[in-house]
Design a binder for this molecule. Structure first.
Ligand code: GLC
Ligand code: MG
Length: 531
């Protein structure tokens, strides 16, 4: 794997621009803010940044409702700011990925305004308009994410339009070749500006059945626990064969710009369907997100089993990836607790494949409780308890009044506990979460076994999760993670049965020689160089 691509070796850092760094005091993060903090990211040791959407948007869904795919919202800056950010990132060896939202536009996009204006408008067929079913009612039983009909009646022209998220996010009609061409051109627009690739939003929802066949009920639906739309098996409106084919066409577009641009994609699908998006002969999406760790029970046997199933399910040449946090999911530190969040970081950064790190997880930020009257995320109103504001709060940079994030009033509260976890306090603290991340990233970079090496599980009992990573040249390290609070022990492999602690979640034993059996304290994870 000496010729592994940058995105195979590297670690991708997700920036949620609203909350990263505010440069102009309006309380919302922006592009010049990101630029001002690039040196922090190179100090930390990540390889690429992916920016959640920064396009012009009415912000009904915080920018995932795009009104123009070829510009920057004034809230975040200008096209010049984006160009400056890309250039400055490239100067530092950092790649830049943008979010691309092809499934739906904003209802304020000129395309939809035209489409909605009359049945004869040339843009009418750019969206999915249908008559009621014979006898009345929505054209199919498909559900939106809140569990209501995904069809919205539009009285002006007397038809339904299809949308899965908000009314303000109508689905594009990807069967229309004009839509395909126009959207592919938006990719080229940014690729020409030097962007290194894209994260594709909800790719699995792109195309729907043209006969609008009804979905069957889901016999395993758990009300209250599952998302409301899971009442149905979304067989006719999700992961259609046409979507897989279009994923290959998207790849062809980025490949027009050389072989080091990359596509990441959000696919909320079972494992077997997710890995289909690698495409025949790897001609599809290079990084179809692996979301298992976002929701997996924090339990050694279950996670070890999943790692094995996932790696076995990859097609030949398919490169693995791991996501531990994002802007749609409660914070990992809140899900597993602060002690296990350190172990989780070691897991994310030592598994085979590309890690995707969500901003703030490297600080150990927790969810911030947002009172209902301060909620910004529309989901907080539509599905109580599912709001995503708690994991989207601003990054605390220092102990100042605006937490070093803003000179004004932050758009969401920083949160008292997170305020104390600020970057300035953690930077020089050898025991901090930030230092652990920086050391893990540095260790990874200098250890071929961890970047491109093979993976072999080590069978173990109880709360231990352990595996070997072996470099092509034979250098080996063992990763042993104690997912529980009680001490545990594990035999070191190999005839020598000795090693050296390259890194521990508990920094007091870094560099120490160890012999078999390896003793782990509760909540401790170690990387041991063997032999
Ligand atoms: C994706 C985004 C999420 C957004 C949705 C609709 O799931 O990650 O934030 O609300 O798509 O675009
Ligand atoms: Mg769609």
């Amino acid at each position: 794997m000496a010729d592994a691509a940058w995105w195979q070796r590297g670690v991708i850092y997700q920036i949620y621009p609203r909350s990263f760094m505010d440069s102009d005091g309006d309380g919302v993060g922006d592009l010049p803010g990101i630029l001002a903090r690039l040196d922090h990211l190179t100090w930390l040791g990540v390889d690429a940044i992916w920016l959640s959407p920064v396009y012009p948007s009415p912000m009904a869904d915080s920018g995932y409702d795009v009104a123009d795919y070829r510009d920057i919202d004034p809230l975040f800056g200008t096209l010049d700011d984006l160009d400056r950010l890309v250039a400055a990132a490239h100067d530092r060896g950092l790649r830049v990925l943008l979010d691309w939202v092809p499934n739906h536009t904003s209802d304020q996009h000129p395309w939809f305004r035209a489409s909605r204006a009359s049945r004869d408008d040339p843009k009418r067929d750019w969206y999915i308009w249908r008559d009621p079913r014979p006898g009345g009612g929505p054209p199919s039983n498909w559900l939106d994410y809140a569990g209501e009909s995904a069809w919205r009646w539009d009285g002006r022209t007397g038809q339904y339009y299809y949308r899965v998220f908000l009314d303000a996010q109508p689905d594009l009609n990807w069967r229309n070749p004009e839509v395909q061409a126009a959207m592919f051109d938006t990719l080229r627009f940014w690729l020409r500006r030097g962007v290194d690739g894209f994260r594709i939003d909800v790719l699995s929802l792109l195309v729907e059945d043209d006969r609008l066949r009804d979905n069957p009920p889901n016999p395993d639906y758990r009300p209250g626990e599952d998302w409301p739309f899971m009442r149905e098996l979304s067989v006719w409106n999700v992961d259609r064969p046409e979507t897989r084919e279009l994923a290959g066409r998207m790849r062809e577009v980025v490949d027009e710009f050389g072989d080091d641009r990359v596509l990441l994609a959000e696919l909320v699908l079972p494992l077997e369907q997710t890995v289909a998006y690698y495409g025949a002969d790897g001609r599809g999406i290079q990084v179809p997100f692996n979301f298992e760790l976002l929701t997996a029970a924090w339990e050694a046997r279950g996670i070890a089993g999943y790692i094995g199933r996932y790696l076995a399910a990859l097609p030949a040449g398919g490169w693995p990836n791991w996501v531990l946090g994002n802007h749609d999911t409660p914070r990992v530190a809140s899900r597993v607790g602060p002690a296990q969040a350190r172990v989780a970081a070691m897991l994310l950064l030592t598994l085979p494949g590309t890690p995707i790190l969500y901003q703030g997880d490297e600080l150990g930020l927790g969810d911030v409780a947002i009172p209902p009257e301060q909620a910004v995320d529309p989901i907080a109103r539509l599905i109580p308890g599912r709001g995503r504001d708690p994991e989207r709060t601003p990054i605390p940079w220092d102990g100042g009044p605006g937490a070093g994030f803003t000179g004004g009033r932050p758009w969401l509260p920083v949160g008292d506990a997170n305020r104390r976890r600020h970057v300035a306090a953690q930077r020089d603290d050898p025991g901090s979460m930030l230092t652990l991340h920086r050391r893990l990233l540095r260790l990874r970079r200098g250890t071929p076994a961890l970047v491109t090496g093979g993976y072999a599980p080590i069978g173990s009992d109880g709360d231990l999760l352990a595996y070997l990573r072996t470099a092509p040249g034979g250098d080996r390290c063992m990763v042993a993670l104690n997912l529980g609070p009680r001490p545990a022990r594990l035999a070191l492999p190999g005839p020598e049965a000795t090693g050296r602690v390259a890194l521990s979640t508990h920094p007091d034993r870094d560099g120490a020689a160890v012999a078999s059996p390896l003793e782990l304290r509760g909540d401790e994870g170690v990387v041991v160089s063997l032999g």
